[in-house]
Design a protein around this ligand. Structure first.
Ligand code: GYE
Length: 621
């Protein structure tokens, strides 16, 4: 009976396959289920519109939508029903991450799953696509700081109750920027279910006190519209900033044009990307990332037109060979050798004309390499920045030359975000966090404080900065662990050995754990310990990052105790991104990496690298 109902439902949704005008209905190859948290918020309605608009370009797929009406129990039933229809892939925007994670894991064991908007716990899904809400808050904070010239600048924040996770992240980003500005104060009001009318009522209820506020920051444009309605009669109304920046009559862009709000921070839904990646996944294309997070832009009346033009820019596919210049960091480690080889092999696989200049770990040489590629007028420049600083001048030149820049593996300083198009790399903070979590789980601190020695990588390199940060964040969650000394190597085996020799010479030995930012330094340090009669892995536990073959062998020999994986195999993601870009596709933005803890004996993952693809779309707004 159920199968009959399902079949009837499908006939209603899909139309009778093969029967139509002249029977030329395209054969449906893929049925994609879309489980929506709700269909009432503007952001979700925009997501549905984008999904449908993009899917319409591919007659071989059909979408089936369900609406959980923000009820997680109903969403569980929706998932079960979609599975009963025999969908080939699930796209889900979870209403409640905690409730939905086990069900999503279950589906993921059977078919591919794309999670939208809110990432679930763990990594049991094929691909995550969503905004970076903390960055959205940070951008709002930067816009506010630029405006806050008076000695006593008052902000009114309007938050919806429903999207507490994204609101909390946005608030964190906002506070991260304004918390040290003594002249800025903020009051928060929350309104039920993100409704415009509730926002209007809440601001109206402030009466004349609303005139005390210099700026209203609403956590989405719909709430901003409600605030506008409440203040539009005031002689000098507060400046209004919203979030989402959708097109269309009721969208934030139109509200800016009409002077109803003054700025919006765009928050793309990922609908288009979800359909494109669905096809890649179902067609088993290589280079599909593990996660994709969407970049956001601050739009106001000054850059509204250029932003809208960039949205309309229908990419014209690049004619002729794709010429890429790759400014390689060096050959300092096992990771780097594998990384370089992965990029070169993928360029061949994708038919891309790659020119490599090896900077040999010298930052100035890497900047010179980029200058050379600009003079060569390549189509795309790829850089694995040795360090985060020193890039402003040369990347500005590349931008002026109209050459897209993609960062591979490592980042540059966040304030230069608009000087590159895409960053493909790993979540080094997560790697540092996982290293410390392993220490907390495996090196007990019940009898006395566990003394940790940290051997960092190259100073000012993004993996160094972030791995340290992640390790310390996890350390702060525990008791009884202390980093008693932290110094730098250069990600090379020799620098690890020399550091360890120096430390042994200058200090009494009382270390319980060594945290090395990469395997090569860990293996070098192990050699120095053995030369001093100390058994690495036995007398002192060693945790490192990367997962090179030699490190895995050291795990088996118990000379290392734990390795956090950071796979170097970026090549196919990088070349796919370049191919997509040259095919005129809009590159989605950002994702976070999966890193695995590799241990000897229990499990050495044979090929468990998942990749982090961080895409940034530079709009010349
Ligand atoms: O951990 C190290 C290499 O940038 C993630 O650089 C990479 C790091 C990696 O030298 O081995």
């Amino acid at each position: 009976m159920k199968a009959m109902i399902a079949a009837l439902f499908l006939l209603l949704v899909l139309g009778v396959p093969g029967c139509s005008d002249g029977g030329n209905l395209p054969q449906i190859e893929h049925l994609i289920g879309v489980s929506q948290a709700n269909m009432r918020e503007p952001w979700r309605l925009e997501l549905v519109r984008e999904l449908k608009e993009e899917a319409a370009k591919y007659p071989e797929i059909r979408l089936v939508f369900t609406d959980a009406t923000q009820d997680s129990e109903k969403q569980l039933q929706d998932i079960a029903r979609l599975m009963a229809y025999g969908i080939d892939l699930l796209i889900i925007s979870p209403s409640d991450v905690e409730t939905l994670t086990p069900a999503i894991s279950e589906v993921y064991s059977k078919i591919p799953v794309i999670v939208l908007d809110r990432v679930v716990e763990g990594y049991d899904y094929t691909l995550f696509i969503g905004p970076d809400n903390e960055v959205i808050g940070k951008q709002a904070g930067e816009a506010i700081s630029n405006l806050a010239k008076s000695a006593d600048f008052k902000i009114l924040e309007i938050r919806g109750v429903d999207n507490y996770l994204s609101s909390a992240a946005r608030s964190q980003g906002l506070m991260g920027v304004i918390k040290n500005s003594k002249n800025i104060s903020s009051k928060v009001i929350t309104v039920p279910n993100d409704s415009r009318d509730a926002a209007e009522d809440a601001v109206t209820a402030l009466g004349s006190r609303v005139g005390d506020y210099d700026l209203i920051f609403a956590y989405n444009d719909y709430l901003a519209q409600g605030a506008y309605r409440a203040v539009k009669g005031i002689a000098k109304r507060p400046f209004i900033i919203g979030v989402d920046g959708f097109t269309g009559a009721d969208g934030g862009l139109e509200m800016i044009r009409k002077g109803m709000i003054d700025e919006t921070i765009t928050c793309p839904t990922g609908g288009r990307e979800a359909i494109r990646y669905s096809l890649d996944i179902l067609n088993k294309a290589s280079g599909v990332p593990k996660k994709v997070i969407l970049r956001s832009y601050t739009v106001n009346s000054d850059n509204l037109e250029s932003y809208e033009r960039s949205l309309e820019k229908s990419g014209t596919p690049h004619a002729g060979p794709i010429r890429v210049g790759y400014a390689q960091a060096g050959t300092e480690s096992g990771f780097r050798l594998a990384n370089n080889n992965s990029i070169i092999a993928a360029a061949k696989e994708f038919g891309i004309d790659l020119t490599v200049i090896d900077a040999n770990q010298v930052a100035e040489s890497q900047v010179d390499a980029v200058r050379t590629f600009i003079d060569m007028e390549v189509d795309v420049i790829v850089i694995s920045p040795i360090i985060e600083v020193g890039w402003s001048e040369v990347l500005t030149r590349a931008k002026e030359a109209g050459i897209e820049v993609i960062l591979s593996d490592r980042r540059i300083r966040a304030d230069l975000d608009d000087l590159y198009l895409t960053f493909i790399g790993a979540d080094f903070i997560e790697e540092g966090r996982r290293a410390m979590r392993w220490v907390a789980e495996n090196v007990p601190a019940d009898k006395r404080t566990v003394r940790i020695l940290e051997i960092q990588g190259t100073q000012e390199a993004s993996p160094t900065i972030d791995r340290k940060r992640g390790f310390e964040l996890a350390l702060a969650e525990t008791k009884g662990y202390e980093i008693v000394y932290s110094g730098h190597g250069e990600y090379t085996r020799e620098s690890g050995r020399l550091f360890m020799e120096w430390y042994l010479k200058e200090n009494n030995w009382d270390i319980d754990v060594i945290f090395c930012h990469n395997d090569d330094m860990a293996l070098g340090a192990a050699e120095a310990l053995e030369a001093a009669g100390i058994s690495p892995g036995i007398d002192v536990k060693i945790v490192s990052v990367d997962g090179t073959k030699e490190a895995l062998n050291a795990l088996k020999d118990e000379r290392l105790n734990c390795v956090v994986e950071c796979s170097p195999l970026l090549g196919s993601q990088l070349m796919k991104a370049i191919k997509d870009l040259m095919d005129g596709k809009e590159l989605p933005f950002r994702a976070c990496l999966k890193s695995l803890i590799l241990r000897t004996k229990e499990h050495i993952a044979t090929n468990s690298s998942y990749f982090c693809v961080i895409f940034g779309l530079c709009i010349n707004a």
